[in-house]
Design a protein around this ligand. Sequence first.
Ligand SMILES: *Cc1c(COP(=O)(O)O)cnc(C)c1O
Length: 431
Amino acid sequence: MNRARSITLFAEAEELFPGGVNSPVRAFRSVGGAPVFFERGVGAELEDVDGNRYIDFVLSWGPLALGHAHPEVVDAIHRSAVRGTSFGAPHALELSLARLIQQFMPSMEQLRFVNSGTEAVMSALRVARAFTNRTKILKFEGCYHGHADAMLVRAGSGVATLGLPDSPGVGSDVAANTLVAPFNDAAAVARLLGAHRHEIAAVILEPVVGNMGVVPPLPGFLQELRELTSAHGTLLLFDEVMTGFRVHLGGAQELYGVTPDLTMLGKVIGGGLPVGAYGGRREIMQLVAPAGPVYQAGTLAGNPIAMAAGVATLGVLARDGVWAGIANATKQWSAHLEEGARDAGVALQVQRVGTMCTPFFGDAPVTDWPGAKRASTSRYASFFHEMLNRGVYLPPSQFEAEFLSSAHVPEVIERAGRAARAAMHAVSAVS
Ligand SMILES: *Cc1c(COP(=O)(O)O)cnc(C)c1O
């Protein structure tokens, strides 16, 4: 496969952008090689600048639940754009998208639209701190919540509770207010809540982790968090930026029957345009300006084109059988990966919830970050490139989820499955 033009463009991009990209994982650092520059997306497929075609399991990191350039989404965007791109004033489409979201997530009694998942998380944490009049936040090792300072902290061995910053530039004062527990470890959460009585404003998590690869909660884990946080006057925040409309139409809260105090959304609700949202209990959201004193604003928040794309996307997803069809395709795709690995003698754990999955190259199910780290990243890198050269675009990291869409019809899955079988044989030679 010739990717000469991508290679040239990336060399130029490295002059213009740090690492040649506008978001780090795009740079292929963990799998090696130059990233692919795409020119077009149609349905389940991408076409690069050299004219090569790929079946896409990244889907812009999750948002494109209907695949690329779905006609109804494109039409909605077009109809909205020709009427003006932004008003900085209320628009009826904001109500339409909010109502669609509430229909599936009734816990979002009131919500606020923002422009990204990062903003949704940052704003929800501010509201949680104001509501509880507490400053500390408890997060989980391996969960990603966007790049707000307070969330760029995870457990460094043995110093987790000290909150050492992961990134230079994050003040140690900020990091010190972020406590970290191992995912799926309710006992650790109980200990931290006990040790910091009346100090922890919120426990925040990805209720199904997608950002260390797909790692579901162990049975009872979310229920225990609900009980513990309620008992301590701490708010429970579900970051469903990735899981919303992906693990279930009603998100993880519906799938596992646990209601958070606040929910954060992004990705799918924007249908490929920049949208985030946070919301939850009315009495908490009433603190947000101008109803209350917690300031949070956005010049382009609730942008009509983005709202239109979101409404069109959720509208199609909600039709009979559409979401279930994507979940079924995800199951078929997982089966192909498992069979291919078995035939080639490659140890593989495919972890799947709803319309997202991750093949971990290892021999034990992954339940937390240390477990995810035990997966073979060299085997993943080999698999990634073998698949890329066979026309299948996977996330360029072992620790990211694969996503499917309504465009991933059986013929597409069969084709990707054949590529996976062949690729697994090449992977078996890698240690
Ligand atoms: C993607 C993601 C974010 C950040 O969203 P952006 O739109 O990239 O800022 C936050 N939380 C989770 C769980 C995500 O998957």
